[in-house]
Design a binder for this molecule. Structure first.
Ligand code: ADE
Length: 238
């Protein structure tokens, strides 16, 4: 069955954008996943199709109106009572996106993504629609669209038939709470720099041990909080 993505945005022409290329693009053409971008402004109010208004309580910027967003969400979510796809609002206030969440989304029927713009989204429509708020990191984008690309790209590459015979998803970075080991290819000696000797021996056990040790060391120095989770999960493993 096709993994279905609906994106609600005031910039529908941004889509599929980068997702029309490479692995995701081929999978889109093959019907492994589908994408529909809905223009929130089509549900805007008045002659100017307004989608936002000033914040109650004052402050900078504008807030996306709940009535307009609810109508836009309803146009995709209410069309099919059997639609089990989660509604996800992309916002810097959301829970951080993780590989674990991406893996769950990839085994489901798809997603409905709501892209915020301006200062934010009226909280009442998020509550009323039971939307899950997700952030792609602790920095502020000018809108949720690029975050939607990130989430979709991460999920689509995990769909059956997309990655082909490359590495299994379990061997990858983050599945084990570890960063990946460093990679090397030919030439074996480049610019006075040799490839680490362990990799040139042909001893598969030694190579695996070297890679694991590099992954652990790099995670420990670059991402102490991820390393702590690795230690905790390695302790729980059988
Ligand atoms: N919209 C603006 N910034 C964002 C972020 N960091 N993650 C998700 N959506 C966003």
């Amino acid at each position: 069955m096709t993994w279905r993505a609906d994106v609600l945005t005031i910039f529908p022409s941004m889509f599929p954008g980068p997702l029309a290329e490479s692995l995701a693009g081929k999978a889109l053409e093959a019907g492994i996943w589908s994408l529909a971008a809905t223009d929130i402004r089509a549900f805007g109010l008045g002659r100017h199709r307004a989608v936002d208004d000033a914040p109650f309580g004052g402050g900078a910027g504008m807030v996306m109106r709940p009535d307009v967003l609810d109508a836009a969400i309803g146009s995709v979510a209410d069309a099919d009572v059997a639609d089990q796809r989660p509604l996800i609002a992309l916002t810097p206030r959301g829970a951080p996106l993780t590989q674990a969440r991406v893996q769950k989304l990839a085994v489901g029927p798809g997603v409905i993504l709501l892209c915020g713009r301006f200062e934010g989204i009226d909280q009442r429509v998020i509550e009323a629609r039971g939307a899950e708020e997700i952030s792609i990191g602790d920095y502020v984008l000018s809108g949720g669209e690029i975050a939607a690309f990130v989430l979709l790209d991460a999920a689509i590459r995990l769909l059956p038939g997309v990655m082909g015979a490359t590495e299994s998803a379990t061997e990858e970075s983050f599945a084990e709470n570890l960063l990946e080991y460093p990679h090397y290819t030919r030439p074996a000696l480049w610019s006075d720099r040799a490839v680490p000797e362990a990799l040139t021996t042909g001893n598969h056990a030694a190579i695996a041990a070297w890679r694991k040790s590099e992954a652990i060391q790099t995670t420990k120095t670059r991402r102490p909080e991820l390393y702590a989770r690795y230690i905790a999960s390695a302790a729980r493993a059988p």
